[in-house]
Design a protein around this ligand. Structure first.
Ligand code: PMV
Length: 322
């Protein structure tokens, strides 16, 4: 893969991502298709005079992040003492809503800090460092979020083993016929974290392996079908796969009753919708990806449910300067 981010820049941005399909199953080594979304997070680093006591300078909200990121950077760079600096974070990405905000912030922070320290790092290694941060935040992540955000565009992702992850850029872009009729509905921040939801599925796997095995098989079949559908711009099949994929996610309990109701409304109106990412079991599930050949129909449903929604370009550039 090409290194797209400038190795000297002190201002770095990253997009967010959605799972077109394959979330949760991807934790168990099944393939997933993800795409970047054009809402970006930017970190700007300002070097400070060495006379300044640096511990007073980090915004308390960023303290936890600093405690995760700096040790990762120190180990990689073999630098024990990082000179004083200040960072500013600007973000268009809703937090904790299935858009990979944690991977975006970690990716920008690690890249900008390495640039500040003038430590070289190729993009594959950088992606590995972001994965280390994701492990701290999410327990046992698949690595799909960080790979999408770092490399950009749309990817086919499969975790073959702890050390081998297949990250393949899709050889075609998402057809405009499909990309133009999406909206992303924000159902709100879930009460449960990604870590909670991944553990919920793990627990179900231990108690009811048949249910989770059926889920995994279906999800793999649907993700493979989706690849053909995206290539062939087959709208009818696209709707069928998104609907079936959502039902399959519901079978493992990652979609709350209130969001199921919203999704059924969208389906009844002729569209399709699915949770994106970890989901939630009690109330909100974060972002719902909704599709209809007449987008106004789903915009109307979102409005009637009092939910914010937005559209954004898909398949955009990953980590980059500025
Ligand atoms: O909700 P997010 O953006 O954190 O996505 C989580 C996706 C999962 O498949 C549920 C977990 C993972 O590590 O891939």
């Amino acid at each position: 893969m090409m290194n797209k981010f400038a190795p000297t820049a002190l201002k770095i941005s990253a997009p967010c991502k959605v799972h077109l399909l394959g979330e949760h199953a991807v934790v168990y080594g099944k393939p997933a298709i993800l795409t970047t979304v054009n809402l970006r997070l930017t970190i700007t680093l300002e070097p400070l005079p060495s006379s300044i006591a640096r511990d007073d300078l980090i915004d308390p909200d960023l303290e936890k992040l600093k405690q995760v990121i700096e040790p990762i950077v120190k180990i990689y760079s073999k630098i024990n003492k990082i000179p004083p600096y200040k960072i500013k974070v600007e973000s268009q990405i809703p937090i904790g809503s299935g858009l990979g905000s944690s991977a975006a912030i970690s990716a920008c922070y690690i890249a900008v800090l390495l640039n500040f320290l003038k430590v070289k790092c190729d993009i594959n290694t950088l992606n590995g460092l972001v994965y280390e941060a994701e492990k701290v935040f999410h327990g046992n992540p698949s690595g799909a979020d960080n790979a999408t955000i770092v490399f950009g565009e749309s990817i086919w992702y499969r975790k073959e083993s702890a050390d081998l992850k297949l990250i393949h850029l899709l050889p075609f872009s998402i057809p405009s016929k499909l990309a133009d009729n999406f909206i992303l509905i924000n159902t709100g921040k879930p009460q449960e974290t990604t870590k909670d939801m991944v553990l919920l599925v793990k627990d179900l796997y231990e108690k009811k392996p048949k249910i989770v095995n059926a889920f995994l098989e279906n999800q793999e079949r649907l993700v493979r079908n989706l690849l053909d559908v995206l290539k062939n711009e087959d709208e009818k099949e696209f709707i069928r796969i998104i609907r079936e994929g959502e039902k399959n996610l519901e079978s493992i309990g990652v979609c709350s009753p209130q969001v199921k109701k919203l999704i059924r409304e969208i389906e009844k109106a002729g569209g399709a919708a699915k949770i994106c990412g970890a989901g939630g079991k009690t109330k909100a599930t974060g972002i719902v990806l909704a599709y209809h050949k007449d987008k106004k129909m789903i915009e109307k449903i979102a409005k009637e449910n009092g939910l914010n929604y937005f559209t954004a370009a898909l398949g955009v550039e990953g980590l980059r300067q500025g």
